[in-house]
Design a protein around this ligand. Structure first.
Ligand SMILES: NC(=O)C1=CN([C@@H]2O[C@H](COP(=O)(O)OP(=O)(O)OC[C@H]3O[C@@H](n4cnc5c(N)ncnc54)[C@H](OP(=O)(O)O)[C@@H]3O)[C@@H](O)[C@H]2O)C=CC1
Ligand SMILES: CC(C)(CO)C(=O)C(=O)O
Length: 311
């Protein structure tokens, strides 16, 4: 099968390596101003073992409708980068009549590129939520730092044409980097992950510490309030009782324990002077709270504090 993986960030490289190692046809869609498609050396490091692979690369400028026809696109970029990626995709698709099999999105947070997605109900969108952990030593060298698990399912909108049962491409994707399970209710899983990131990312970032710091009882009240606010907003957006605050809290503490030594992605972004995904985490909850008249004071405080740290 033909897999087009946008960029070669940490997660994108991880999945590209595993798909290629499993015999799938993979090409990385790069933003480098190359004039031609080529093959380049990439390294995936797992448990200190280095796996070298030559992966095909295709600059956006070379991507055409023939390549997109029947392909699966894997788009694993920061939430704030998604709009630009999907606009590039829309521009290429507008030049012909190609129909990709799947446009698979994976990022932290909710609400990214919503307006653009609404303008393209014909896109076969899927969301992938993962607890795999990866980081890049350099743009060609990715470290698989934490074995996790993933779920994928069709984007739930009123008009999308994604099927509810796993499509044919699901098996090769699941075989490439297991465990990957099919999840028809992926939106619920995204909200659960949203709550985890709304709690851990800003609190650990403002503490300037690994996730372990949140085991200190001084954070209990904030974690409890964040989960209660997310659940209250979800009551309106997802339906009453779909997220239970106490269950979210238990999930947050389980992830804090499982990722105690991690520097969360938000703190990494701040340390590197990069934009964070705060607008799509606590910012998203605050925005919905305002729209529906639900108070979200703790999310609002953390949103403001992280925004103040961003350069
Ligand atoms: N890494 C992890 O372990 C996990 C990450 N996540 C989430 O997954 C998402 C991706 O994370 P991660 O892989 O770490 O992020 P990275 O920043 O490592 O990867 C994003 C990559 O996408 C590239 N990119 C962005 N826009 C384009 C474009 N238009 N064309 C080509 N390439 C593009 C970026 O290039 P450039 O550098 O040039 O901007 C960058 O290399 C985030 O939302 C993150 O929060 C979730 C769970 C775990
Ligand atoms: C689960 C968690 C909080 C792990 O650090 C994460 O997703 C992140 O850092 O963005």
């Amino acid at each position: 099968m033909n897999w087009l993986v946008v960029g070669h960030g940490a997660l994108a490289s991880l999945w590209a390596h595993h798909l290629h190692a499993n015999g799938e046809s993979v090409s990385l869609i790069t933003r480098e101003p190359n004039t031609a498609s080529s093959e380049e050396d990439f390294v995936l490091e797992t448990n200190s073992e280095q796996q070298h692979q030559r992966l095909a690369t295709t600059p956006w400028g070379q991507l055409d409708n023939a390549t997109l026809q029947g392909a699966q696109l894997l788009i694993m970029v920061k939430a704030w980068q998604l709009d630009a990626v999907l606009q590039q995709l829309a521009d290429v698709l507008a030049q012909g009549h190609a129909r990709p099999n799947a446009v698979i999105l994976s990022h932290n947070g909710l609400g990214a590129a919503e307006a653009l997605v609404q303008r393209h109900p014909e896109w076969p969108l899927y969301d992938l939520v993962t607890t795999q952990g990866a980081w890049r030593k350099n743009p060609r060298h990715t470290v698989h730092a934490g074995q996790g698990e993933s779920v994928i399912g069709p984007r739930q909108t009123a008009t999308n044409n994604a099927c509810a049962a796993p499509p044919a491409w699901f098996t090769p994707l699941a075989n490439a980097l297991p465990p990957l399970n099919w999840e028809p209710d992926i939106l619920l899983r995204r909200w659960q992950k949203l709550a985890i990131n709304c709690a851990i990312n800003p609190l650990a970032s403002l503490a300037g510490s690994s996730n372990q710091v949140l085991q200190d009882s001084q954070y209990n009240a904030d974690i409890q309030a964040i989960c209660a606010e997310v659940a209250a907003v979800a009551d309106v957006v997802l339906g009453q009782g779909r997220l239970i605050a106490a269950e979210l809290e238990a999930r947050v503490y389980a992830v804090i324990t499982a990722t105690a030594n991690n520097t969360c992605s938000m703190l990494q972004d701040l340390k590197q002077g990069n934009p964070t995904e705060i607008d799509y985490l606590n910012g998203y909850i605050v925005q919905l709270g305002v729209a529906y008249g639900i108070p979200t004071p703790v999310n609002q405080r953390l949103y403001g504090a992280v925004k103040a740290l961003q350069v």
